[in-house]
Ligand binder design. Sequence first.
Ligand code: ARG
Length: 442
Amino acid sequence: MAEKIVLAYSGGLDTTVAVKWLTETRGFEVIALTIDLGSQPNLAAIRKRAIRAGASRAYVLDARRPFVERFCWPALQAGALYQGQYPLATALGRPLIAQLLVEVAAREGATWVGHGSTGKGNDQVRFDIAVGALAPHLKVLAPLRDGMSMTRDQEIAYAHSHGLPIEVKPESPYSVDENLWGRSIEAGVLEDALLKPPEDAFLWTSPVESAPDPSQLLELAFEKGVPVALDGRGLPAVDLVAELNQVGGRHGIGRIDMIEDRYVGIKSREVYEAPAAVILHAAHRAMEELALEAEAAHFKAAVAQEYARLVYQGKWFTSHRRHLDAYVASTQRFVTGQVRVTLHKGTACVVGRSSPYSLYQPRLATYSAGDQFDHQAAVGFIKLVGLPVRTQAQVQGTAVTEPLLKDDGHVVEIRPGGLESGLAEPVLAATLPGIVDPDLGR
Ligand code: ARG
């Protein structure tokens, strides 16, 4: 009996050829698995194509809701942006697909799972690590990486000679992956890092030039760090993200153009469209500014970076992520309230916020009448906070390497190479007259 493999099947040329190739060349029984994460695939047509290409069964699953609720929301709460920019749409989709591959494999008694990644990107790493974490007994095959090796023209010829139902569309100038959290665009002319991405790279977002001139004000509501309503309308997660992609896209929000450090060691030029994710991250950050006390806000930024790295590197199904999730969940207890955001010509700006748990207290912050802040307490506070700095200045000299004021009364000019003077020896106090700060003696 043929061994079974569950193949992540997009319906495109590569995976359609892979269904046949796995059957014919490798002798597998292929079970196709297509997952809708919000890219609006024609699921009925894809299922038919999988069967016609030779799959024994074809699953098509709508996983949009678990994708947003279980993958995007935790990443949003964590503040996870890879290299401070990329909201991780593709990277968050992969572990979900891997989990469903494993679950379908268990149901079908398959010993293999397969995916359409090449040997050059992060996606193969994410799939392979996730499958290993969830089902170490399963074997993973990625035909495009592991032996199928056909050029696009060879794939088309193979499809024709085997009667495979492919739609030969003109070759896309880019490699694209999309889901509700964003659209990832790479390759083709984008590999020229200096070239402004051509307009045809974008599908969801208007160029700034044709974005509407009147700005649009949105109000987002959060409960414990999760977005729950838009302009006062409670919305299910999927609808909220889809609507923000629409509205934000119209205003040209969420285009990202970056040089990215891939896990496999190369730098690559990546372009993204992620209107909803960009708006939600800005709004969520604003919510936290009100609700997180300063220590946690400071530390959480480091957690955000770590969380983004972990997601990017395919380590979703790890205890490390669970530890970080526990920390993040604890920080979100009071991240509840409303944020107002204006969308205008490519920019989402937070312009207002409120929370029943706001730590922003006008009676402490105000410069006007009613001020309850103890100004005199500041004197003692500064005396102690500054104590180690004064001590060091007295004992070891100041950190100033060069005076700003010249003997002639003018201010020094910055010379070329002036920056390096920062490395020079500090100016030692001309004499170290022992301890002169009265505080130090006490
Ligand atoms: N560079 C992004 C990432 O590693 C996007 C990858 C997109 N994949 C693709 N097949 N175009 O997450």
